[in-house]
Design a protein around this ligand. Structure first.
Ligand code: C2E
Ligand code: MG
Ligand code: MG
Ligand code: MG
Length: 282
């Protein structure tokens, strides 16, 4: 390693390392501060059905950094996963989302919206995760049947029985589950039938291949067919063009999420767009 000229940062010259050790430590302490000073915010991205109605939203976390501005999760979720801070950060996101669900439940226009919240594997694997979720629901008053938790295939690598029983205990109180980024991990398909899943989420990698790669188009059709055979909802993420939407609808994927319908937005923006859509449909 070598000392940076002029700075006090020690860099390891290893290409495989994305963040230097000191940069990671700095980020970790900044993330602690961020939690303490309430610097995280949720943005909301609409999910639209075949009739063009917004039927749900995905809550996506951002960090309102005091100096660097609004930061997307790509810059901090991975480090938070490594240090374990993802557990309190994820809990914050869940609680904030549930508070919003409870507010929406009191407005007939919003009362049926489903809100999806991302849960990292490290957070899900905590022994008290199910209890934490139940406590959040009690604290916020949110209706569990409007909450959907997005999990990733990494939960299927090991200790699958624990994952299944935890999912079942939460499904029993009405919580729904979606398998996020489906097809990009290495999930064993043999587990798919055992999980109390409600939805498969087609990763944007596949969606962005529509019109470009015929083999990937066939994979998408296969995923949609599998979801239908297993009686699961299927939602496509990353839908940006009318051609992608047309392909997905032709092949039976009716729920879509992507820039074509709206980017992740602040709550006021999301609600303004939602109400404009309602007005134009009526
Ligand atoms: P994800 O759950 O797969 O979320 C989808 C990502 O695709 C989001 O990125 C979203 O902004 C982006 N996206 C949506 N539509 C389009 C589109 O049409 N085109 C393109 N190019 N991208 C689109 P974002 O918000 O940066 O989030 C990245 C990832 O960070 C999420 O991927 C999720 O894994 C993670 N994340 C976000 N919020 C949370 C959270 O509260 N907890 C945890 N554990 N992870 C989170
Ligand atoms: Mg997601
Ligand atoms: Mg996703
Ligand atoms: Mg993705």
């Amino acid at each position: 390693y070598a000392k940076d000229a002029g700075g006090n940062e020690v860099r390891f010259f290893e290409p495989a390392m994305k963040t230097t050790v000191t940069a990671r430590a700095t980020l970790d302490s900044e993330l602690h501060e961020a939690l303490k000073h309430n610097q995280f915010v949720l943005h909301y991205q609409p999910q639209v059905n075949g009739q063009g109605q917004v039927v749900g939203a995905e809550a996506l976390i951002r960090w309102q950094h005091p100096v660097r501005g609004l930061l997307p999760p790509a810059g901090f979720i991975e480090v938070a996963e490594q240090t374990g801070l993802i557990v309190p950060i994820g809990l914050w996101a869940l609680e904030e989302a549930c508070r919003q669900l409870d507010r929406w439940s009191r407005d007939a226009r919003y009362a049926d919206l489903i809100l999806s919240v991302n849960v990292s594997a490290r957070q899900f694997r905590r022994h008290d995760f199910a209890e934490e979720v139940r406590n959040v629901l009690i604290r916020t008053g949110a209706n569990p049947t409007r909450l959907k938790l997005e999990l990733t295939e990494s939960l299927l690598h090991d200790k699958v029985n624990e994952t299944i029983s935890k999912m079942k205990s939460l499904a029993a109180i009405g919580i729904q589950f979606s398998m996020d980024d489906f097809g990009t991990g290495f999930s064993s398909l043999s587990y798919m039938a055992q999980l109390p899943l409600n939805q498969l989420k087609i990763d944007k990698f596949f969606v962005h291949c529509i019109g470009i790669n015929a083999k990937v188009e066939l994979i998408i059709q296969t995923i949609i067919g599998m979801a239908r055979n297993l009686d699961l909802e299927v939602v496509a993420e990353g839908v940006e063009t009318g051609a992608q939407l047309a392909f997905l609808q032709t092949h039976g994927c009716n729920l879509c999420q992507g820039y074509l319908f709206g980017k992740p937005m602040t709550l006021p923006h999301f609600e303004a767009q939602f109400e404009r859509r309602l007005a134009s449909i009526r």
